[in-house]
Design a protein around this ligand. Structure first.
Ligand SMILES: Nc1ncnc2c1ncn2[C@@H]1O[C@H](COP(=O)(O)OP(=O)(O)OP(=O)(O)O)[C@@H](O)[C@H]1O
Length: 271
């Protein structure tokens, strides 16, 4: 009987583990100054956050509060000084600054990143067709990145983060330069990914979007303050409502490392 109870509790614990796309506990980060007589920058102090599979989480906070730093740590591309970060599967990360290759065309960019992710040719082609259709930039397929408009470059950047269908999506102000139709298409796509079990974290400055999130973390003085959406909590400090304008790009983690940790159940049917 005791064994059955222990088995049940183990199964429950394992079930709970597989629900987590990423968790961060007690994370601290200071940028040390390499220049004499200049100060180091304390950014994160005991920051704790959780993104479940099938959840859309917003990360807000004033300029310079440390949102991009936190997201880089969650993505695994920046070292942290203290605390733990656990990822439940593969990661797609859209950093704030563009990291694409200007001389490659859209098609070549899909091919380059697809191969880096270890995707088969047919998977790359399917992803290219899916994302250029949903984000409406298929007619630029043979245009070099440097000759794309800012909004279309942003679509490419977002596509690179999405194309390998990661279990966790980390988006740092992902809709820079999007027109209204693309902005709505972005949110339709995000909802679709949520339904498939992807955990999504989005850095956003747009206060009107708050209802689109399941949970919002407000970053202030290095700490994360969690708010369930619907809670009547004053936002402190007030986010800057800078409209639909931001920046973003795409990169990828070491696929083997991320794939080895894969646990989220992602339904990829129909893509
Ligand atoms: N590589 C670095 N070296 C030193 N300081 C840095 C570095 N990167 C960021 N910082 C500093 O860390 C703090 C947090 O920066 P971060 O980019 O994470 O903020 P943010 O909340 O994303 O800002 P924004 O809303 O303007 O994009 C800022 O004071 C910034 O100047």
């Amino acid at each position: 009987m005791a064994t059955l109870a222990a088995d049940a509790s183990l199964r429950q614990a394992q079930q709970q583990d597989t629900d987590i796309a990423v968790s961060a506990t007690g994370v601290a980060k200071t940028y040390d100054s390499r220049i004499p007589f200049t100060n180091s920058v304390d950014v994160l102090d005991n920051a704790t956050l959780e993104v479940k599979c099938g959840e859309i989480v917003g990360i807000m906070g004033e300029n310079g509060s440390g949102k991009s730093t936190l997201m880089q740590i969650l993505a695994g591309v920046l070292e942290h000084d203290a605390g733990d970060v656990t990822r439940g599967g593969t990661v797609g990360w859209c950093p704030q600054e563009p990291r694409l290759y200007d001389r490659l065309t859209v098609d070549e960019t899909f091919e380059l990143f697809g191969r880096a992710y270890g995707m088969a040719d047919t998977e790359i082609e399917d992803a290219r067709g899916w994302l250029t259709d949903v984000l409406d930039f298929e007619k630029f397929h043979d245009r070099q990145i440097r000759n794309l408009s800012g909004g279309n470059r942003q679509k490419m950047n977002l596509s690179v983060a999405l194309m390998h269908q990661p279990d966790l999506l980390l988006l740092d102000e992902p809709y820079t330069g999007f027109d209204w139709e693309t902005f709505l298409a972005f949110w339709d796509l995000t909802e679709e990914l949520r339904e498939r079990g992807v955990g999504v974290a989005i850095i956003s400055h747009i206060i009107n979007e708050r209802d689109r999130f399941d949970v919002i973390y407000e970053l202030h003085d290095g700490h994360l303050h969690r708010q369930e959406v619907g809670e009547d909590v004053a936002v402190n400090p007030a986010p800057t409502a800078d409209g639909i304008s931001c920046e973003r790009t795409a990169a990828f983690l070491d696929r083997d490392e991320a794939a080895g940790a894969g646990q989220c159940a992602v339904n990829t049917e129909g893509t």
